[in-house]
Write a protein that binds this ligand. Sequence first.
Ligand SMILES: [Zn+2]
Length: 69
Amino acid sequence: MRAYYKVVRCPKCGWLQVTSAEKATRCRRCGSTISLEASEPLAVAATASEAREKLLALKAKLKKPRGKP
Ligand SMILES: [Zn+2]
């Protein structure tokens, strides 16, 4: 048994979301299918709240302007 939460990124629009699906999930923003077998999750967590924290941390990271160290 390996039920855990994954933070995944939509390859089409870049939307980040948490899923507990094993093979594929659907992007909540653009509706395209995100294959969990083709792409590695950005983060994994044992609980939904932990996954949400990681998701928020990743979002904050991606928000930062590029070009700065
Ligand atoms: Zn999308």
